[in-house]
Design a protein around this ligand. Structure first.
Ligand SMILES: O=P(O)(O)OC[C@H]1O[C@H](OP(=O)(O)OP(=O)(O)O)[C@H](O)[C@@H]1O
Ligand SMILES: Nc1ncnc2[nH]cnc12
Length: 170
């Protein structure tokens, strides 16, 4: 199955010069969405993963079904101001803007093996912030899994020492 055929590329969104990789067209197709989650789950099954963590919002769309497929818990990493409990927070830059992410302090226990999941790796800002937060809580990061990697933005360089898997590259 060629996953790229199911991803819509939208020029100049959300700002001029950005070629936006729209995964809603892929999510709309049940067998293709299932194939994405199955491929990721097959890669990580048997690695002793305790939790999958994914950043809001598109990280939930990949991370939560992946956690379900692996039979482990899911940790939502949310944009600042959304979580009701005690949080740790960190700011970061994106391909098109700035944001701040937060996690509940009690969402990961020290030593737990955590897999990070998101739809797309671009500059790596979101995931390096996610790594930073998980490490502050003592989580042991097993790897980072993406549907898409924009290799021309060299996000992997920011994720030194982390095992990165992506199913589709641009
Ligand atoms: O590697 P980076 O340069 O950090 O970019 C990748 C991130 O950008 C997008 O999320 P966005 O912040 O647009 O939020 P959304 O998931 O709520 O659409 C995407 O889902 C990744 O999380
Ligand atoms: N080009 C892009 N397409 C979709 N999501 C993104 N997040 C950061 N850059 C992106």
């Amino acid at each position: 199955m060629n996953l790229k055929e199911h991803i819509r590329v939208v020029p100049d969104f959300p700002q001029p010069g950005i070629r936006f990789k729209d995964i809603t067209t892929l999510l709309n197709n049940g067998p293709v969405y299932k194939e994405v989650i199955d491929r990721l789950a097959n890669h990580y099954r048997g690695q002793g993963i305790d939790l999958v963590a994914g950043p809001e919002a598109r990280g939930f769309v990949i991370g939560a079904p992946l956690a379900y497929a692996l039979g482990v818990g899911f940790v939502p990493i949310r944009k600042s101001g959304k979580l009701p409990g005690e949080t740790i927070e960190a700011g970061y830059d994106l391909e098109y803007g700035k944001d701040k992410l937060a996690m509940h302090k009690d969402s990961i226990r020290p030593g737990q093996k955590v897999l990070i999941a998101d739809d797309l790796l671009a500059t790596g800002g979101t995931i390096s912030t996610t790594i930073n937060l998980i490490r502050q809580l003592g989580g042991d990061i097993v790897g980072a899994a993406f549907l898409i990697e924009l290799t021309y933005l060299n996000g992997k360089d920011k994720l030194e020492g982390i095992d990165v898997l992506s199913l589709v590259q641009y």
